[in-house]
Design a protein around this ligand. Structure first.
Ligand code: GDP
Length: 443
């Protein structure tokens, strides 16, 4: 999963700070040196890193922070807020034309994921009760038109195509007219890419742009290419005035540099993130959620949203309340495991939970259903009281639970340790969400 290296490094910086009752200027300097290295290693643009570290340092060295009861936590909160700002502050929403249809022009280099993303975006719009039209404007890549048609068929979204003998400008124009004639409210125009940014490509895109006057020009960039993605975005933006960026392949092990630099370098907000090849693997980009994910504080809001879409809303609300109040018990854990199973790829779900990426053992427990079954067996072997008050589970109880569940004492110990860690992280996270509850004097 993306950002793993960065998350690990930042967490080790912060765990040093967190352990301190008092933080000196020297400690802050040392921590910032490490943050700087961590960001550079994650392939974040060096100028962006420099500015970022300078800002965090300036805010961290104040008397308020140093004198607070939990300076480490205050600094983590500062980093969290600055990371959020770096990625745009708040969610940048898709534009909507005053008079439909809203025209979205997709651009990007070949292989970035433009065609796939066009399909995903259509699906997302369709889910929001819209009626999108896909327009096949990539007439150069041999399979692109067919690919879009297959995607359209899969999600039951109409695809407008005139084959590969007509100019993309004409296809875009006629596509737009087709949407108007058929009362469709979004037009997504897939365009051609090249291997590199070149003049022909830009010229064609400019012509399409002036022919259909799009409400959105979304540049699709491959997050795996790191700084290259940022450079590509920069050159497109200089010629085409992008309105937003879609970052694809965030499911891969990208170090994260593109996500963290693209807004600062180009001024263009990231509007969507693609996290897989499947048609529904596209999400609106939320800077604040991404920041907390990067900091290893999980992405509970996305998780809760996902849960709400798939699961009983009341249950999800209750779960959210418990997470925020750190009242999470083993019963909740079991229920959550049940629900998690309904939510799709387990490693992605675990990634959203606070502390999961830190709790190394938990990684071994994921993915494999058989191992999930063992975890469930352990929890089922606990008494009612043990499930709701895990702190009473002493050595003898653990031995009994291991025997009862047909697992080993080591497995039981590990699960309880991870559970404690998770609760601890939730508590910290909810503390920070509540404006540094218990966070001393700083605000
Ligand atoms: P285009 O040339 O820009 O239209 O690129 P395509 O849409 O054909 O995508 C290129 C390849 O990237 C395809 O194999 C896609 O399945 C893959 N791809 C696109 N988006 C993602 C993503 O978010 N994650 C992963 N893992 N693969 C993706």
């Amino acid at each position: 999963m993306a950002f793993e290296g960065l998350t690990g490094r930042l967490q080790s910086v912060f765990s040093k700070l967190r352990g301190k009752g008092k933080v000196s200027e020297e400690d802050v300097n040392e921590a910032m040196r490490e943050v700087r290295l961590a960001l550079l290693e994650a392939d974040v643009n060096f100028k962006v890193v420099k500015d970022f570290v300078a800002k965090v340092k300036e805010k961290s060295i104040g008397k308020d922070v140093m004198d607070s009861f939990t300076p480490g936590m205050v600094i983590i909160d500062i980093v969290n807020k600055e990371l959020t700002e770096l990625m745009g502050g708040s969610q940048a929403k898709l534009a909507k034309a005053n008079k439909p249809p809203t025209v979205i022009m997709m651009a990007g280099l070949q292989g970035a994921g433009k065609t796939t993303t066009s399909g995903k975006l259509a699906k997302l719009l369709q889910k929001g009760n819209h009626r999108p039209l896909l327009v096949a404007g990539d007439i150069y890549r041999p399979a692109a038109i067919k690919q879009l048609e297959v995607l359209g068929e899969q999600i039951k979204v109409p695809v407008f195509s005139l084959g590969d003998k007509i100019s993309p400008v004409e296809i875009a124009k006629q596509g737009l007219q087709h949407a108007k004639d058929n009362n469709l409210d979004y037009v997504i125009i897939d365009t051609a890419g090249r291997l590199h940014v070149d003049e022909d490509l830009m010229e064609e895109l400019k012509q399409i742009h002036s022919a259909v006057n799009p409400d959105e020009v979304l540049l699709v960039v491959d997050a795996m290419t790191g700084q290259d993605a940022v450079n590509v975005a920069d050159s497109f933006n200089k010629q085409l005035e992008l309105s937003g960026v879609v970052l694809t392949k965030l499911d891969g092990d990208t170090r994260g540099g593109a996500a963290l630099s693209v807004k600062a370098v180009t001024g263009c907000p990231i509007k969507f993130a693609a996290l897989g090849e499947k048609i529904d693997a596209l999400e609106p980009f939320h800077p604040e959620r991404m920041a907390s994910r990067i900091l290893g504080m999980g992405d509970m809001l996305s998780l809760i949203e996902k849960a709400q879409a798939n699961i009983d809303a009341d249950k999800a609300k209750e779960m959210e309340r418990k997470m925020r109040n750190a009242e999470f018990t083993f019963d909740d854990f079991l229920e959550q495991m049940d629900q998690v199973k309904k939510l799709g790829p387990i490693d992605q779900i675990l990634d959203m939970l606070p502390g999961m990426n830190k709790a190394k053992g938990m990684k071994d427990l994921k993915v494999d259903d058989k191992q999930m079954g063992r975890v469930e067996a352990i929890v089922h072997s606990m008494t009612k009281q043990e499930k709701s008050q895990p702190e009473i589970i002493n050595h003898n109880r653990r031995k009994r639970i291991a025997a009862g569940s047909g697992t080993s004492l080591a497995e039981v110990n590990r699960l309880i340790k991870q559970f404690d860690e998770m609760r601890r992280m939730m508590k910290q996270f909810s503390g920070m969400m509540g404006g540094m509850g218990g966070g001393g004097k700083a605000s």
